[in-house]
Design a protein around this ligand. Structure first.
Ligand code: RIB
Ligand code: CA
Length: 296
């Protein structure tokens, strides 16, 4: 681990944008992936785990992967997004026959690595916040080594993407989101307010590497002409690699946990203090992410 690199734990539901976010982290000397936990969301947690294994291979089989929750904090089934990500949670099934095995219990994995860590860990949460909420509730003492939680999720000043009120990750587990936002840990929220504006189009395919093309060409074929691929999760990772690309503002945010606006993240005087990403350098960000896809 370089002296300038940040220890991160990625909790994710790969999912196509999670897949590229993991690749982005692996390719950067600014982050050191301590471990990965998976959660259902874009697809089943088993499929998400297979996709996470394929994302770290063949580069680095040393990263431990722990499978987490298949259901939300309150025990409900996640509502998948296979129409967007593909029937395997990705547009094409990745070859996982010769890949390392994974570990079963995300809660045990987080406790193992958080307790023994000699330096602070940043959690980068890219899916529903179920695993993180369960861990905070059951292992508050182990959170002492967690310096912040970066969350890809929410929509404060823009409409949602799964309902007009809510963003997908928060909507899939609003109760877990409320628990995480109201914890003592500093939260950095990278929501649709910034991620809506960074996407790749069909024309960008000629700037992508072999694997990126193998995955993205079918994705564009499976979607209607003019569809664009939103990087979403990569932006949460990029806040660690290029913090100067982002501006955060501290706001009081509450999460709706019932009713027609369930999953909405809205400003409220009684809400929890959350650092919300409000501005980013669009040109620099897109250039960095497309360049990264050239190396994949
Ligand atoms: O709303 C976008 C988020 O929901 C991303 O994390 C995507 O992978 C899905 O999980
Ligand atoms: Ca995700």
């Amino acid at each position: 681990m370089g002296h300038l690199s940040t220890n991160i734990w990625i909790d994710c539901d790969p999912g196509l944008d999670d897949f590229f976010a993991i690749k982005l982290a692996i390719n950067s000397v600014r982050v050191n992936i301590v471990g990965i936990s998976t959660v259902g969301g874009n697809c089943s947690v088993y499929q998400a785990t297979q996709n996470a294994i394929s994302a770290i291979s063949p580069f680095n089989n040393k990263i431990p992967i722990y499978m987490g929750s298949e259901r939300s904090y309150s025990g409900e089934n996640f509502r998948y997004a296979l129409d967007i990500h593909g029937r395997y949670g990705l547009p094409v099934k990745q070859n996982t026959t010769n890949l390392k095995s994974f570990n079963i219990d995300a809660q045990r994995g987080m406790k193992l690595f958080f307790d023994k860590s000699s330096s602070p860990i940043t959690i980068v949460a890219l899916g529903p916040l179920t695993n993180i909420a369960k861990f905070i509730k059951a292992n508050s003492e182990s959170m002492k080594n967690v310096e912040r939680i970066i969350v890809m999720g929410g929509a404060i000043s823009v409409p949602g993407n799964i309902t007009k009120y809510a963003e997908f990750n928060i909507w899939n587990d609003p109760k877990a989101s409320k628990i995480v936002f109201s914890s003592e840990i500093p939260i950095y929220l990278v929501g649709l307010d910034v991620t809506n504006y960074i996407h790749a189009s069909r024309q960008d395919l000629n700037k992508m590497g072999k694997l990126s093309c193998e995955i993205m060409e079918p994705w564009f074929k499976q979607n209607k002409p003019g569809a664009v691929f939103h990087f979403h999760d990569s932006l949460a990772v990029l806040t660690v690699i290029k913090p100067n690309y982002f501006t955060f503002e501290t706001k009081r945010i509450t999460v709706e946990t019932s009713g027609k606006s369930i999953g909405q993240t809205k400003l409220s005087q009684t809400g929890s203090l959350v650092n919300v990403a409000t501005v980013l350098s669009h040109g620099l960000t897109k250039k960095y992410l497309i360049k990264n896809m050239l190396s994949i």
